[in-house]
Design a protein around this ligand. Sequence first.
Ligand code: ADP
Length: 413
Amino acid sequence: MKNRDVASDRTDRVLVLNSGSSSIKYQLLEPVSGVVDASGIVERIGEGNGAIEQRADGEITRRAERVADHTTGLRLVFDTLSAAGRDVLSEGVFAVGHRVVHGGETFYRPTLIDDGVLTAISELSSLAPLHNPANVAGIESVRELLPSVPQVAVFDTAFFHGLPAAAKTYAIDGEIAAAHGIRRYGFHGTSHEYVCGQAAELLGRDPAQLNQIIFHLGNGASASAVQGGRPVDTSMGLTPLEGLVMGSRPGDLDPGIVSHLMRSAHLDIDQVDTLLNRDSGIKGLSGVNDFRELQRLMANGDSAALLAYDVYIHRLRHYLGAYLVELGAVDAITFTAGVGENTPRVRADAVAGLERFGIAVDPVANAARARAARRISPPDAPVAVLVVPTNEELAIARAARRVVAESGCASAR
Ligand code: ADP
């Protein structure tokens, strides 16, 4: 009886997949409680030296083997889950939720995947050539291995779909922009939406009554201004290159730099793409893209690392100022993701000297090591400064569960 209970619980599980061009990140979880059965990553798909690393029940499993393509990678995920007592292939899952990077103008809410949706995601590849094809490969692999399980696409752009025209429009020829889908789409939307809701919960307020500024500071980084639960601006644009300084991306640049590099340094368009996506940002300036390594270099007085940090903070404050003015009044400023959650110095420097705007952090609260969502501003400060851990997987799992339940097409298993 107990076993049957466990097995039936298992079919409540949602498998969340984040498929990259050479990796699959995954998490198997129960979406209501948020209990995670297992999580892991398959890396170097398509290269000779593939590997999987999984965490389940506090145990870490690592295995190295060649992974030819995404379907082979997903098989490896299922084998590894099975070895940890989670046999997805025979027990099934309630749904598979995919993080899909670009939803373009077409998708603005989590969407049950059918042939038409899959084709549309594939057609949006011109807007996200590094990401959407990998998302399509992940969806097709699940179709092959778990044909009866419903799949849901959760789009990184969706939260920002309704940005005001003035915020989403680039000042270029309107016909060219329309012909090529050029507008500001914004990314990390699942995280910004989740954090916006969690911040309101922490403050015991209705999100519809709050003006919020959110900084998602991970390897990629973005800011958003959210008025009454609806985003009015965000720092990423047509692609995830724009805005804040990131681990290996520059954020805002004079677009003239691109043509200058092509003419003067004779870089072709792919070399420019690589320079901007992989070799810029903190890495371009300091040689390292991981923030912990940057801090180690800074502690040794490395001048390139110190400059990289200053440029990073300068850009954060630039967006903070812009969004303060756009919102007029702000109730909460929230930091999230790897750097935002774990680096008190960044949070303190981002808001330093803004007491006259009602913005400050309490040094003790800011320095405290904690994992939970928390307030780090003085209790009487007019603006709440918060740290809220993001959880994109949980948000995707919950969205997938809701969409499948509403559609009435739960898995046959
Ligand atoms: P992504 O999901 O975009 O890959 P994460 O949200 O995991 O990124 O953030 C990764 C970044 O967070 C890295 O620069 C890493 O150094 C930084 N980071 C993670 N944990 C810590 C920590 N404890 N202290 C400082 N930085 C951290």
